[in-house]
Design a protein around this ligand. Structure first.
Ligand SMILES: O=C(O)c1ccccc1NCC(=O)[C@H](O)[C@H](O)COP(=O)(O)O
Length: 472
């Protein structure tokens, strides 16, 4: 039995044994008005003591104090986890928070199963309830939704896959949540909400749930058309993060690097990054053959690109990534300027950067991690952001080495996150690599060259042909 069903079955048993309880301090009827869930900034901060995936997060001896930290920073949407056995919450937490902050919209986050749960939530002071599509059948979720709406509650309907979207389509919920965490396996995939949102084909506000721990991660949903975000563990651990989240909420739009990249994704074919582009002819040829990303090395390298050249290829219909090697802090001023002016879409950090360098970076970015041995694979999960590019190790150069990664390392890396793979990829090996490892993105540079810094168009053509061969 997966954890979600286990939690639900324990809840059913508890309800059977003890009935529905309103908590110890609740008045018989609701005495505070409902507040609008979704008020600005639509950043929902959660009161969460522990979780099945993370274990203990924080004591939170006083949930009102915790709510006060959020409220004091401008948060007006507060989620209170009331499930006891696995999350250490209580309904009394919610009652106390709502009493102390009646102007806040309070979401009851729990595994609600029956109409009585919804009524109890309302009477306890909730302004909104969560309904999890994975937990309820079609008829039940629709019944609970309409009942909650009839009480004036806002409803956050949570989905994680297309079947769940189909399950709720008939009643077109006004607020949807997409959880980046699979509640059955606990794995986070920060790209999943972006992909799944495309299948929600009615007018609704969509909230991005779970897995956000930095400014850089928070801008992904806001720049991808999400109305709000829900953040638990990271604001419990560090309420100061809220300032960054509120700032990220101002970055509205539909143009984030990540959603643009994944809108290019075709079933069964990896995304392709061609790196080390130094001249227009090579860039144009790569784009014409099907490249999704062009990489411009702005580090010490025989294939270093001239920043003024990068300005001349703005018109090419491809994503453009700067490959940088920095010790700490931001890349050079010229890289920042190219990003600011839209000549570049993202940064690939290919040096000895720390997770913190990426966390605080204000543009889309990802880490390229050079793996020396299997022990290095665990480093992948230390880095924020949806994906990490894995590359071969060399003592001499940071990248563009033409060296292959060991197969066992690749297999292990692909179990941590969807595989973004670099290192010695060539027309000779790419189809085998695709059939064996099914990478989500492949990145090739030196083995497509006629000479350092100049691509061999024949080799590139063969490379793309072999990609197609590997996909069959
Ligand atoms: O390519 C370079 O010269 C380079 C120099 C310094 C840092 C990174 C560099 N390249 C990064 C890339 O993304 C390459 O595509 C990647 O290392 C794979 O290269 P290759 O093994 O030559 O295909």
């Amino acid at each position: 039995m997966n954890i979600l069903n286990k939690i639900a079955s324990i809840r059913r048993e508890t309800i059977k044994r003890e009935g529905y309880t309103l908590g110890s301090a609740v008045p018989p009827e609701r005495d505070v008005p409902l507040q609008k869930f979704g008020q600005n900034p639509f950043v929902i901060c959660e009161i969460k003591r522990r979780s099945p995936s993370k274990g203990k997060i924080s004591e939170i001896a006083d949930p009102v104090k915790q709510a006060g930290l959020y409220f004091g920073k401008g948060i007006r949407n507060i989620s209170v986890l009331t499930e006891e056995d696995h999350f250490g919450g209580t309904l009394d937490d919610l009652i106390a928070v709502k009493r102390a902050y009646p102007e806040a919209a309070v979401l009851r986050k729990d595994f609600l199963l029956e109409k009585e749960d919804v009524l109890v939530s309302y009477r306890a002071g909730a302004d909104a309830v969560l309904l999890i599509a994975a937990l309820l059948d079609k008829e039940k979720i629709e019944e609970l939704y309409h009942y909650a709406v009839s009480l004036g509650l806002a409803v956050l309907v949570e989905v994680h896959n297309r079947e769940e979207v189909d399950k709720v389509r008939s009643f077109r919920p006004k607020i949807m949540g997409i959880n980046s965490r699979n509640l059955k396996t606990f794995r986070i995939d920060q790209i999943l909400p972006i992909e799944l949102k495309k299948h929600i084909d009615w007018e609704t506000q969509v909230v991005y749930e779970s897995g956000i721990s930095s400014f850089n991660e928070a801008i992904i949903p806001f720049e991808s058309g999400f109305a709000g975000i829900l953040v638990g563990e990271s604001v419990v651990r560090d309420p100061d993060l809220i300032d960054d989240l509120i700032q990220a909420a101002e970055r509205k739009g539909e143009g984030n690097f990540w959603n643009r990249l994944y809108s290019r994704k075709r079933q069964g074919r990896p995304l392709v990054k061609i790196c080390g582009i130094t001249n227009r002819e090579d860039g144009e040829a790569a784009v014409g053959m099907g490249a999704d990303i062009l990489g411009f090395v702005l580090a010490e390298s025989p294939r270093r690109a001239d920043p003024s050249f990068i300005r001349t290829v703005k018109d090419l219909d491809v994503l453009k990534v700067a490959v940088v090697v920095t010790g700490e802090g931001e890349p050079d001023r010229e890289v920042m300027e190219l990003l600011e002016k839209g000549y570049l879409d993202a940064v690939q950090f290919h040096g000895n950067e720390n997770p913190g360098d990426l966390r605080s970076f204000s543009y889309p970015c990802f880490k390229a991690l050079r793996l020396r041995d299997r022990g290095d694979v665990q480093e992948i999960d230390r880095f924020p952001g949806p994906r990490v590019l894995v590359d071969a190790w060399s003592d001499k150069e940071y990248g563009g080495t033409g060296k292959r990664l060991d197969g066992e390392i690749v297999t292990e890396a692909s179990q941590v996150r969807p595989l973004w793979m670099a290192g010695g990829l060539s027309p000779e090996n790419i189809s085998g690599i695709i059939s064996e490892f099914r990478p989500e993105l492949i990145d090739a540079s030196s083995r497509l060259e006629a000479e350092k810094g100049r691509k061999d168009h024949g080799k590139m053509k063969e490379f793309f042909r072999e990609i197609d061969n590997g996909c069959v």
